[in-house]
Design a protein around this ligand. Structure first.
Ligand code: AMP
Length: 213
């Protein structure tokens, strides 16, 4: 089953997607990761996306939709998780069209619910490995050696858009544009909600139950 995983920045979409990839062999399509890779590779797409990302704003729909459309042509039949897409109603509607052209569909849209206070704590303390993307937290999950990734030895840094002033904009952008997608997927009878403010493994088992996987 193909799924959409959505929720606020810091709700745990990336972490849960990773578990679905490792344990259920699904394919993760993270628009945030794709943009960060494009920025690292200094591509034209990366250049276009960076100014929006640095400010905590959404990259324009036409750019994101074009990118997802292209990625979906390269799928090899595995079930996929859309992580961080769609984030606006226009993106959700475009996704429906793109998928139906390919005789594909979304089975469920999983919303990870996390209270705002918890989101702020998670985002301000979040650190990531520059090389492999592994996620850490200054209090709850620091790397064994400060600044060094446990997994690959890469440099552990704070994402540009995890700075406090940018986080406020990201949360506002999320509330205005992405939160209304709950109603969109409810109308399509695809909406399921999971309490994301629990321990990672418990969230994962709730996600599996909600998807009957
Ligand atoms: P994320 O890693 O999912 O938190 O995304 C990081 C940033 O990438 C967001 O704050 C946006 O600037 C941009 N971005 C990622 N996905 C989308 C999307 N579906 N629509 C617009 N902008 C996006």
């Amino acid at each position: 089953m193909n799924i959409v995983l959505f929720g606020a920045p810091g709700a745990g979409k990336g972490t849960q997607s990773q578990l679905l990839v490792e344990r259920l062999k699904m394919v993760q399509i993270s628009t945030g990761d794709l943009f960060r890779a494009a920025i690292k590779g200094k591509t034209e797409l990366g250049q276009k996306a960076q100014s929006y990302m640095d400010k905590g704003e959404l990259v324009p729909d036409s750019i994101v939709i074009g990118m997802v459309d292209e990625v979906l042509t390269r799928l090899n039949g595995n079930s996929f998780i859309l992580d961080g897409f769609p984030r606006t109603r226009a993106q959700a509607e475009a996704l429906g069209k793109i998928l139906s052209q390919r005789s594909l569909e979304i089975g469920k849209a999983v919303f990870l619910e996390v209270p705002r206070e918890e989101l702020l704590q998670r985002l301000t303390g979040r650190r990531v490995c520059k090389s492999c993307g592994a996620v850490y937290h200054v209090n709850s999950k620091p790397p064994k050696i400060a600044g060094v990734c446990d997994l690959c030895g890469g440099e552990v840094i704070q994402r540009n858009d995890d700075r406090e002033e940018v986080i406020v904009t990201r949360l506002k952008t999320y509330e205005e544009n992405t939160l209304p997608l709950r109603d969109y997927y409810k109308e399509l009878n695809k909406y399921v909600e999971v309490n994301g403010a629990q321990e990672t493994e418990k969230v994962f088992s709730d996600v599996r139950s909600a998807l009957k996987l």
